[in-house]
Ligand binder design. Structure first.
Ligand SMILES: NC(=O)c1ccc[n+]([C@@H]2O[C@H](COP(=O)([O-])OP(=O)(O)OC[C@H]3O[C@@H](n4cnc5c(N)ncnc54)[C@H](O)[C@@H]3O)[C@@H](O)[C@H]2O)c1
Length: 142
């Protein structure tokens, strides 16, 4: 059976730091795509004590979240406003800030057409995965 020391040696430095930051809630969580999946996930992380930085390409969504207004039925304004006011939850359209979070969850629409071909959005032709690669997001494996 492996001891904690042996497990620590097998674990990469990045993973060990991330686990420590997860334990003490100092990890900055990035969520890309703040829709029906991403916004509730972001709120769960923030209510669990993490600081969350959300990313979205839609300015209206980002401005609403920063003002404490939810566009998702599952997330009441009061819940979001409390987190935004406390500085636990904020959002940005600036994808260059993708280098800031310790980990990133991508919750954007699946870029596949009905025939399963890859679709590219006119407003984001590279897609969120390519953006993550461009900004050298820690742990991203293109
Ligand atoms: N909604 C569901 O019940 C559900 C269930 C299972 C799986 N999913 C999957 O979860 C993913 C997200 O679905 P959803 O319902 O939350 O979508 P949504 O349309 O509600 O939200 C997606 C958000 O991502 C933003 N966005 C799009 N491209 C972006 C980019 N490149 N960078 C940053 N933001 C971007 C949009 O502006 C939008 O606010 C999809 O892949 C979907 O298939 C959804």
């Amino acid at each position: 059976m492996a001891t904690d020391g042996a497990k620590g040696a097998a674990m990469g430095e990045h993973e060990a730091v991330l686990i420590a930051k997860a334990r003490d809630r100092s990890a900055l969580i990035g969520i890309v795509g703040l829709g029906y999946v991403g916004l509730p996930l972001a709120v769960e992380f923030a209510e669990a004590g993490y600081t969350v930085l959300g990313f979205d390409v839609t300015r209206r969504v980002v401005d609403g979240i920063n003002a404490g207004h939810s566009h998702v039925q599952d997330v009441p304004d009061a819940r979001l406003a409390k987190l935004a006011k406390a500085g636990k939850m904020s959002a940005t359209t600036d994808l260059a800030r993708l280098k800031e979070p310790d980990l990133v969850a991508i919750c954007v629409p699946t870029p596949l057409s009905k025939t399963h071909d890859r679709e590219r959005r006119a407003d984001d032709p590279g897609g969120a995965g390519d953006r993550a690669a461009e900004h050298d997001v820690p742990g991203h494996d293109p």
